[in-house]
Design a protein around this ligand. Sequence first.
Ligand code: AVJ
Length: 322
Amino acid sequence: MSMQACDFRGDERRPPTDEFIEIVQRGLRGKPKQLPSWLFYDERGSQLFEAICEQPEYYLTRCEIALMSAHAADIANVLGDDVRLVEYGSGNAVKTRMLLEHLRTPVAYVPVEISAEPLRRCVEGLTESFPAVPVQPLNGDFTRALRLPIPPRAPRRTVLYFPGSTIGNFEAREAADLLRKMRSEMGDGGGILIGADLKKDTATIEAAYNDRAGVTAEFTLNMLVRLNREVGSDFDLQAFRHRAHYNTMAGRIETFIVSTREQKVRVGRQQVTFKQDEAMQVEYSCKYSPADFAHLAAKAGLEVAQSWNDPLDMFSVHYLVR
Ligand code: AVJ
């Protein structure tokens, strides 16, 4: 696996077939049409996401790793002794390893991952590198209430680690709901260590979601490949294209699949009509100033105890407490 592999890999992040078709059809009846972002992450999509992380324009992963290189020791100090580290999404490792290397006496590492195979690989890799740290994998959906395994000894605190700015994929309401759920899981003395991409100039952000090699475009259009295979649809891949633009007012990248002509598509037993240039919304990636993030945290009853930026001030990591 690549050095800059990523956090968000859920090829099983989908409901069983009937419900799957129903969700897709409902999204396509919406105005505007819409498809859920978890559709990205089938096996091919997860590979493409890893390739995105290696594109020169996609600064997020590189900068978060640079941030951890610069500050992991300080972060570990703030988290303190006897931490139980619960990660949302099983880390490929790079950033998690940097943290574990500096935590003095971790009680346990609990990767929460919906997809069994990446979870298994994570456990295997981490156990090999950190034989002294008990790994307690949890195969499940981190957006739902978690039942954390009983730790091998009493932790001083439970810290939920949510890197990658994946929080940015949730709309404001859902993001606050997810943080509120995390707040209850971490308990009274606990905390949340969370990555958040910073607001910056539009050109830099838009380039990250429109790489020259076209990997992000392929990642986006892979959704249609997946629908053709799994739902039984006949999207013509030549007649749709990727579009990602930064909405300055909302502070987020908005990704669309755009129909290049007027056309009809069969989706299951349904017939869906597209106008020329009609856009289907497929993903938001929110960007946060430090004040934005503090505001989001406050909505969930949390405060920012400390923040760190990478050396180029592109990406941030916040430590949230009650
Ligand atoms: C893994 C969700 C953080 O939003 O930047 C990358 C996913 N989408 N390029 C992001 C993504 C298009 C990524 N996250």
